[in-house]
Ligand binder design. Structure first.
Ligand SMILES: Nc1nc2c(ncn2[C@@H]2O[C@H](COP(=O)(O)OP(=O)(O)OP(=O)(O)O)[C@@H](O)[C@H]2O)c(=O)[nH]1
Ligand SMILES: [Mg+2]
Length: 301
């Protein structure tokens, strides 16, 4: 399956929801008037776009309709797609490139898909010819370390691990040393997602970053927050919460294949001012895609 077909397939449930709710409005209301805008706003909220973002979209759409004298709803539906893509692209800065070491810290609450996404990322970078290493800094459970080992095996990349219960920052210390010694291009760090103690988690992440800064001052560091799309608006609140804990560079949005709530991507991009970098569209090793707002919108409608 090609890249775009896979995206479409992965977004099927979200697409159905959009078709049903949003496109439904365009079918019922042929003329552009206040009633149409009201119904459309309602439909966007129902499609998990979020209240604030839905209102913003409608505001922009109203302006565009007025300025461009759009009177037919069919024409307005084309405009809607453009506006959604625009809104999502506004925060999408290019990830800086480096010839040296890149350290990716992967954070997020339990079960959102951190470890799985790390496995998929490792595979992706490796297939691009990069030397990849994993660091098992989720030392909270032995099973977490084992799970990352399985992915390291599957991808054929090295992994640095300590015993269960050991200090995550010391795992990162060893991993950074090994990465430097072995000329690694990308070091990906798995972390524990226990959010029940916000302060501890914040301290833990800070310590990890401090070690990485000290041991590899020249390395490019990126913190990616993993969010589970099936949780809908809850993913949005997690983004807010983690934004208070760490400086986030981008989002990995997982499990889009299993949900009709994919509309939340639009709210995350817009309200959190955070770019979605990757999306998960399945459990397999190839089921992680670079995110493109324009492809997303194309696949959605
Ligand atoms: N369908 C689908 N399932 C996914 C995707 N990403 C992850 N999963 C599944 O989600 C479950 C949890 O994934 P993990 O990678 O273990 O999540 P985690 O964040 O590391 O969890 P903890 O280590 O317990 O905090 C697994 O069963 C994965 O296969 C995705 O894009 N699509
Ligand atoms: Mg994990």
């Amino acid at each position: 399956m090609g890249f775009f077909d896979k995206l479409k397939e992965g977004l099927k449930k979200t697409k159905d929801s959009f078709n049903d709710k949003v496109d439904g409005v365009f079918k019922v209301f042929k003329r552009v008037d206040d009633e149409l805008f009201d119904e459309l706003e309602e439909a966007l909220i129902e499609a998990d776009v979020g209240v604030q973002t839905s209102m913003e979209i409608i505001e922009r759409l109203r302006e565009a309709a007025k300025k461009e004298r759009i009177t037919e709803s069919e024409e307005l539906s084309v405009k809607l797609r453009e506006i959604i893509a625009e809104l999502m692209e506004e925060n999408d800065e290019k990830t800086p490139e480096t010839n040296g070491l890149k350290i990716i810290l992967v954070i997020g609450v339990n079960g959102v898909g951190k470890t799985t996404s790390i496995g998929k990322l490792a595979n992706k970078f490796k297939s691009e010819g990069k030397k990849v290493m994993l660091a098992a800094a989720d030392t909270f459970r032995a099973a977490a370390i084992d799970q990352l080992m399985v992915w390291a095996d599957r991808c054929g990349v090295d992994i640095i691990k300590h015993e269960e219960g050991s200090d995550p920052a010391s795992v990162v210390f060893d991993a950074v040393s090994a990465a430097k010694a072995q000329g690694v291009d990308v070091l990906i760090v798995d972390t524990a997602g226990r959010l029940h103690n916000k302060k501890n988690l914040m301290e833990e992440l800070k310590k990890i970053l401090k070690v990485a800064d000290r041991e590899a001052p020249g390395a490019l560091k990126q913190t990616l927050l993993v969010l589970d799309a099936t949780t809908g608006q809850n993913a949005l609140s997690q983004a807010k919460l983690f934004g208070e804990i760490a400086e986030i560079d981008g989002i990995i949005l997982t499990k889009l294949d299993g949900t009709a709530k994919g509309g939340v991507v639009i709210a995350i991009c817009n309200e959190q001012r955070l770019p979605v970098k990757y999306i998960g569209v399945g459990e397999g090793i190839d089921d992680l895609q670079d995110f493109s707002a324009s492809d997303f919108v194309k696949a959605l409608f």
